[in-house]
Ligand binder design. Structure first.
Ligand SMILES: Nc1ncnc2c1ncn2[C@@H]1O[C@H](COP(=O)(O)OP(=O)(O)OP(=O)(O)O)[C@@H](O)[C@H]1O
Ligand SMILES: [Mg+2]
Length: 405
């Protein structure tokens, strides 16, 4: 083994260090976004490879997809300064060979079959709740011969995933496993996050999203931004009162056009869902909406329909283009009203779509959508109607968000 001077590593804050450097072979860490998961585990893996590495010993970094593994690869590659001889870096195989002969590998958990076969001396699974279960089995098999340690870390994402299940075992005291939770407040105490940033996120995000992302508390609903009990709390029969506003989601290729009307108290009083040629759809919307205010989805093929409705001069037709930002704002507005029980809707298709609706945290923000293969046109129509509901019905925070639409 080459004699190496001690590696100079960035200091981890106490709770970050306690979680990642836990003495147990397994450490399961459920953590807030931006609390130092990747950085802390990079330090740990590098430290391990530097201290215990020998020629032929492999150290693995596994992330859900290649691009995420590439971020850790780049961060270590650019941060590592070794003198006199720099480490050997292979950009194609994404490996870093240290002067002691140990090799760091940066791998995607996307193809479990590609993860079998090596002997691995220590491993990190980053963003574990998004890594395939089969990939965890594969990584675990590579540590069998070496009895190498593993750090399994990530944001929480509902309860229906292997990382959640394994964390519960660790929390229950399974031998050889330790369990830790790092919240955004721990990162604030550690000087890595700013408290004002967390407070702002708490104001801006639906409660379930904030609790998962910043407090590492998994939701019951597997990432439903509205919350199953809040949805159930808003159920009421169709209101007999007249509409004060409409939301219309226009059919794209295979789904329905949905029109939802709210009364002055925010209760759904009309609900229509149909599939028909554009000319009929146009006439039907004119007939339904009359002179009442309506927010109509003007994304893509919706644009000419909205223009035709406006030309017909029926009333206050607002075209709303769905972008990831506008959809996020609409859904967060809807989530706030549902959580405050400020709207009501009948059991049936609206409730069913709300129940399965999901959010996903991505690098660019929170993405809201129906699960693959399912519809979200009732949810969109409801969110559009809610976006033009007169202010008296809305909690104060939502009125502020409305300005940005
Ligand atoms: N102990 C520390 N001391 C100083 N800065 C730190 C520490 N830990 C993390 N950071 C910094 O905090 C920022 C977020 O860290 P990192 O990317 O590791 O967080 P993360 O939890 O992996 O975030 P994400 O949710 O995006 O995956 C980075 O700029 C990182 O350099
Ligand atoms: Mg990270």
């Amino acid at each position: 083994m080459t004699d190496l001077t001690p590696l100079e590593l960035p200091a981890l804050y106490p709770r970050q260090r306690a979680a990642i450097y836990a003495p147990e072979r397994y450490s399961l860490i459920e953590a807030s976004t931006k609390c130092g998961k990747t950085m802390g585990c990079m330090v740990w893996l590098l430290d391990h490879a530097w201290t215990h590495g020998q020629p032929g010993r492999n150290y693995w970094w596994v992330a859900p997809i290649f691009d995420q593994a590439a971020i850790a690869f780049k961060r270590i590659r650019l941060g590592l300064q070794v003198t006199p001889a720099p480490p050997e870096i292979n950009l194609t195989s994404r490996t870093i060979e240290l002067p002691n002969g140990a090799t760091l590998w940066f791998k995607s958990g996307d193809k479990p079959d590609s993860l079998y076969g090596e002997d691995v001396y220590a491993a990190v699974i980053d963003e574990a709740s998004r890594v395939k279960e089969e990939s965890f089995y594969a990584v675990r098999s590579t540590l069998t011969h070496t009895r190498g340690p593993i750090r399994i870390i990530g944001n929480v994402k509902g309860r229906k995933n292997w990382a959640y299940q394994l964390a519960r075992k660790a929390e229950a005291g399974e031998p050889g496993m330790s369990y830790h939770k790092l919240t955004a407040w721990d990162a604030v105490a550690g000087g890595v996050l700013d408290a004002r940033e967390i407070e702002d996120a708490q104001r801006a995000l639906p409660e379930a999203v904030f609790r998962e992302l910043y407090l590492a508390e998994p939701s019951d609903d597997g990432g439903n931004p509205f919350g199953a009990s809040a949805i159930a709390g808003c159920l009421a029969p169709l209101s007999p009162d007249p509409p004060v506003c409409w939301g219309v989601d226009l059919a794209k290729s295979i789904d329905y056009t949905v029109a939802v009307a709210l009364d002055a108290r925010g209760r759904v009083c009309r609900f229509e869902r149909w599939r028909s040629p554009w000319q009929e759809t146009l006439q039907k919307i004119q007939h339904l909406v009359g002179r009442t205010r309506a927010a109509v989805d003007s994304t893509g093929v919706g644009d000419p329909i909205v223009e035709a409705l406006q030309r017909a001069g029926t009333g206050g037709i607002h075209g709303v283009k769905f972008t990831s930002t506008s959809k996020q704002q609409l859904m967060e507005g809807l989530a706030l009203l549902i959580q405050h029980r400020k709207i009501a809707f009948p059991d049936g298709p609206i409730r069913a779509e709300l129940d399965v609706f999901e959010y996903e945290y991505t690098r660019t923000g929170v993405r809201y959508a129906a699960p693959a293969g399912q519809h979200d046109d009732c949810v969109c129509a409801l969110a559009l109607a809610v976006s033009i509901l007169p202010r008296a019905t809305q909690p104060p925070m939502f009125s502020m968000k409305l300005k940005n639409l």
